[in-house]
Every structure is written in structure tokens, then in C-alpha cells.
Design a protein around this ligand. Sequence first.
Ligand SMILES: [Zn+2]
Length: 116
Amino acid sequence: MQPELSRERIVRCPKCRSDQITGNKRGYSFKQIGKMFITMIGIGLLILIISNLLRATLSTLLIEIEVLYLLFTTALPIAYYMCFISALPVSLLYGLKGRNNLINSCMQCGSQWTPK
Ligand SMILES: [Zn+2]
């Protein structure tokens, strides 16, 4: 008798403890798209704000140091433009990631979770 083992084999809903569980492929995740999109736009905005703030405070230094000047006038704008432009396609691709992962759904309460 191994009660521990048999209890583990039955998947139960973490919310209502029901054993009426179905496993499905997760499919395309709109939640992931949204998260990735907000993150990319956020990073772009952050670079934009920081570079503008630094450019304002370091303006005299920037003229003297060519590398810094190039960084603020070329590299950083490219970086945030890339973030904005690629935000949508990257997010859409990111939504595909893990679409074949299995998720369990409870037929009793409708709760969904990823099996470990
Ligand atoms: Zn449930």
C-alpha cells in the first residue's frame, strides 16, 4: 500500500479539489502578447526618457566627447526606435511560444493551471 503515490497520480483542481480535470494545449497566448508588448514599449520609453534627460544634463560634455555624442545622437535613438518598431512583431511571435504546452482545466470551476 502506497497511499502517497496513488494520491499524487490523481490530478486535482487547486481551487475546488475536484478531480474532473481535462488537459489541453495552451494555444496562442494573448496574455503573453500583451505582456511582451507593454515590456518592449516600456523599455523604448525608458531609453527615450533617460537619453533625453542625460543629453540635457551632459550637453557640454557631449560636444567635447565624440563617442558620447554619437551615442546620444545615433545609438540611443536607434535603440528606442527599434523597440517601438519591433514591439508588435516580437510580441506576436512571443504569443506563439509554448503554444503546445499542456494546461489543465477544471470542469467543475473552470480554473486553469499549468501542470508541473
Ligand atoms: Zn476547480
